[in-house]
Ligand binder design. Sequence first.
Ligand SMILES: [Zn+2]
Length: 334
Amino acid sequence: MRDEALLERLTQLWGVSGYEKLVREAIAEEVKPYADKVWTDPIGNLIAFKKGRGEKKIMYAAHMDQIGFMVKNIEENGLLRICNMGWNWAGSAYNERVLFRNGTVGVVGCYGPIEEAENKIEKLFVDIGAKDRDDAKRMVKIGDCCGYFGPYLHLAGGQICSKSLDDRLGCYQLIASLRENPGDLPNDIYYCFVVQEELGCRGSKVAAQQVLPDIGIAVDITPAHDYPNDLTGANKVGDGIAIKICDPSVVADEDVTDAMEQLCVENHIPYQREVIDRGGTDASSMNLTGDGVRTGGICVVTRYPHSQSSVVAPEDIEAGIDLMNAFSARSFDF
Ligand SMILES: [Zn+2]
């Protein structure tokens, strides 16, 4: 990989949706030496601009936020009642550790059998080891958020296993592609590190309104279908970068996907076509900006998404950067 230490560092940063500050600060330091202009907008998006010859404005969006939970009540016995910050699966959270930004650690438990929780997050609680409500209040306030944490590891097959690959791997890909942007490309490129994707693609909506791109590309993960689970489709880990064709939130622009496929063939970049019938990405909000934006997605196929143990293939991540570089360097005739 180009810079696996950077990817590992990004995955380990704390940044639950709406509270992406630590991630934003780390990325700002990485992009400043390479971009012509870097700014943060009022909602918290970080945008790095690299000038080209101005043929098209291309916007890449990767989200900085990770899914998590927010404390909505503190029980008399010191247990924390929580609500979702993004889509969580109760079965994945159960008995797992969570980390608050102030360093407080908790364990997720369930009021009753987890099998009967039916994915209702209100059946879960976080146990921070407090004696009672007053003790808990010394460590955590109503409105504080917690998220998964845990080490970045490799499986025996070489795959990466970590929390928050969704979407710190997209942030890593944007940084890597910016570093390799020679500065004389046909297109002006906006590398947008956006907030609150997991809450409904809020940051990218605002970023796209500022940039008003000709082409908007979401750089994110997508669920795998190559292991036993409740999703069906063709996405396989290690089979190449996934070119988004369609998800419930967007139909990718045909000319954009054709160009991507052609570039993969010409440059010997392994790729797969991605269709999913659950989920969505920042492509949806870019697509519906201004007069409408031609939109696509570059996605890394991920097992166990939205868990503390997501699994991806490093070669898929690198293929995504190769595709971004080729796409940025292309002249478009539409
Ligand atoms: Zn994502």
